[in-house]
Design a protein around this ligand. Structure first.
Ligand code: H13
Length: 253
């Protein structure tokens, strides 16, 4: 059998697949755990509330690396009538993407690593006064149960990865991203019989976290203005889309 030591010895720092685990499984595990830790951290020093709209709160920390804006962003929201599973399902699934995404020219799956992990290649709309951007990232969906009584936490992580089917062709510029959607479901005034839970009794508490590097210099003010406008717009549109899609469907817990 192959153990950790053999894995380390044979992998030689490369990602190879071992025993039912795909070649990026360790990366996925690490990034998922980092997000679960990071999302619980308090929002204090350095975080600015840049937008508030109903229950949506958008926070940003201004950070530059070599003169490039890489501001971390966190959005908290609470959505009535949907579950965390539903939010993550519509966020992760390829088939719905172009129905709610307004910032993309195209999206495609270039590899499926396992049932819950795929690699996307996306062409982004040109929103900046500079080169168009593309992205290539693994996208993973997961359900984490915390206890018998509580509803599980659902999350989706999108994380940039290179791929032979998606070489960077200059002048094309690649976005570098580490993005997570993390959701909890709250059941208000739970009826005695779980079968009697109605959409009006449920609520999804959502956290959306984004670290995006534009992959090349863009005027700081331009990136910050676009981000401040586009992230709330995305979440507004996406959550209305999920509410609309699930309205007359059985609740997906
Ligand atoms: O998360 C969003 N969309 C995902 C599904 O299409 C893909 C996203 C991703 C982005 C970039 C690279 C890899 C993955 O997770 C919604 C994104 C909304 C973006 C609003 C635009 C903001 C512009 C910010 C500029 C920063 C450089």
């Amino acid at each position: 059998t192959i153990n950790e030591a053999t894995f380390a010895a044979t992998s030689n720092g490369e990602n190879i697949s071992v025993k039912g685990k795909h070649r990026l499984a360790n990366d996925v595990e690490r990034v998922v755990q980092e997000h679960l830790t990071y999302v619980r951290e308090e929002m204090c020093d350095g975080w600015d509330l840049i937008h508030e709209e109903g229950k949506m709160k958008v926070y940003r920390r201004e950070v530059e690396e070599n003169g490039i804006v890489v501001d971390p962003l966190k959005i908290f929201h609470s959505i009535q009538g949907v579950t965390g599973h539903e939010i993550c399902h519509y966020f992760w699934e390829y088939q719905y993407r172009m129905e709610w995404e307004t910032t993309l020219d195209s999206t495609k799956i270039i590899e499926a690593l396992d049932q819950d992990t795929v690699i996307f290649f996306q062409m982004h709309k040109r929103v900046w006064p500079t080169a168009q951007r593309d992205s290539c990232f693994w996208s993973h969906i997961r359900c984490i149960s915390n206890s018998e009584e509580d509803q599980p936490t659902w999350l989706v992580v999108n994380y940039t990865t290179p791929h032979p089917l998606a070489p960077i062709k200059p002048p094309q510029v690649r976005l570098i991203a580490n993005v997570a959607m993390i959701c909890e479901t709250i059941i208000n005034e739970p009826p005695l019989n779980p079968k009697d839970i109605k959409r009006e009794n449920i609520q999804c508490k959502l956290a959306y976290v984004a670290f995006v590097n534009p992959g090349g210099w863009v005027p700081s003010a331009a990136v910050r203005n676009v981000a401040k406008r586009e992230y709330p717009r995305f979440l507004r549109r996406f959550t209305s889309y999920v509410i609309e899609q699930t309205r007359d469907k059985p609740i997906l817990f």
